[in-house]
Design a binder for this molecule. Structure first.
Ligand code: T4K
Length: 369
């Protein structure tokens, strides 16, 4: 049986890649802001309809750098329901994460619970558009404005998502997107910060290049976060095909909806018609009246060579570096704790065939037990 993974990366054709590789090989410019880096940054800004983009080697380094760029210190309010990189970026900056529970529907940080967590040490909110589903951006901005906090979005999952005003990535002080192999848009490894103005982009560009402004001037203890020419060239080719890739994801996603919406005990997350989605993930919630428990289902699917994933279980707050923080207690995070025990992300990628999708659906419905 062919294994079916939660995702399979979209690849550019080798034929399209060949001339770009030859060009890089002949120029011998491999990194440090070369031609392909510049082209990809410009192409991304145009595609997203945003002013400024700064490319990174991955989104984790981009998150760490974004916090540095905004000079965030003290305490930052964040969600427990994410990939560990979100909270790790705070610890890498010596910042104390303060965990606030998520909203039942969006699975994103619940704005109604944030104010109670603000202290004199709070400097920012680090929110996540989990599974590419938008946070309540208006409510979060209102809280940030009222309390003078910075607002940063971990938008690792949100490439291509738009609301009525355009790309979701334009919200907040900075947004960080991931181009990891498992993402909707990939450069093998990669990421970017979306910046609202030239000055922020300049500071971020210095920070990702060791703090260098020119050959003899270093203005900050920067890091090496640069995207190289090969990643950038791949990004240019991937961007050309991203519309088709998202449409294919949409078809797979719609078929799951059709097949699974009436399965007893399985709850699907609702699509918001006001949002242009990217169909990055297909999470299902396994409820009490399903024919088996979530972990049993996970193992059952595995036996059919279907490798679904329990994103995001275990919760970040259960790991040793976080569990001593008082806001990490499960009693403070009842919704996140419950959802982490219920969720399963099904295989979803552009090339998932209907035959393979049927295999997932059939195993989910308990066939072959
Ligand atoms: N913030 C959020 C909210 C994030 O979700 C992430 C990353 C970040 C920040 C940090 O972004 P980066 O620094 O990575 O740019 C994966 C990814 O490694 C990670 O990027 C991602 N989130 C997270 C949600 O998922 P794993 O542990 O699930 O990866 P892995 O290797 O088990 O891959 C899952 C499946 O995908 C495999 O079973 C097979 C398939 N696959 C994977 C890779 C890497 C392939 O077919 N080809 C591949 O090259 O973490």
């Amino acid at each position: 049986m062919t294994p079916l993974y939660v995702t399979r990366p979209q690849l550019p054709s080798l034929e399209d890649l060949q001339p770009l590789l030859e060009d890089i090989w002949s120029s011998r410019v491999l990194t440090n802001g070369g031609k392909y880096h510049q082209r990809f940054e410009a192409a991304l800004a145009e595609h997203l309809g945003v002013q400024h983009v700064s490319l990174f080697t991955n989104a984790t380094i981009a998150l760490v750098t974004a916090l540095q760029a905004l000079r965030i210190t003290g305490e930052v309010i964040t969600t427990p329901y994410s990939f560990v990189a979100t909270a790790h970026s705070l610890l890498w900056n010596g910042i104390r994460p303060i965990f606030v529970d998520i909203d039942e529907q969006s699975l994103n940080i619940d704005p109604a619970k944030i104010e109670a967590a603000i202290t004199p040490q709070t400097t920012a909110i680090l929110a996540v558009h989990c599974y590419g589903r938008p946070c309540n951006v208006e409510a979060l901005q209102k809280i940030a404005d009222t309390y003078g906090l910075k607002l940063i979005y971990d938008a690792a999952h949100a490439f291509g998502v738009c609301d009525a005003g355009g790309s979701l990535l334009r919200h907040g002080d900075l947004s960080i997107v991931s181009f990891h192999a498992t993402k909707v848009m990939n450069t093998f490894e990669g990421g970017a910060i979306i910046c609202p103005d030239r000055k922020s982009k300049e500071r971020i560009d210095h920070l990702k290049n060791f703090g260098f402004v020119d050959e003899v001037t270093v203005v900050a203890p920067g890091i090496n976060g640069k995207m190289n020419e090969l990643q950038s060239a791949i990004g240019i080719l991937q961007l050309d095909k991203i519309g088709d890739a998202i449409s294919a994801r949409q078809r797979v996603s719609a078929r799951y909806r059709e097949e699974l919406s009436t399965v007893p005990g399985l709850r699907l997350l609702e699509d918001d018609p006001a949002i242009t989605a990217n169909y990055a993930y297909f999470p299902v919630l396994v409820e009490r009246d399903f024919w088996c428990g979530r972990d049993e289902l996970y193992e059952h699917l595995k036996r059919s060579a279907v490798f679904a994933r329990r994103y995001f279980f275990p919760l970040i707050t259960t790991f040793p570096m976080y569990r001593g923080i008082s806001s990490a207690a499960s009693s403070n995070l009842p919704v996140a704790t419950r959802k982490a025990d219920q969720i399963l992300c099904l295989p979803l990628y552009p090339e998932l065939s209907t035959i393979d999708q049927d295999r997932v659906v059939s195993a989910l419905k308990g066939r072959g037990k």
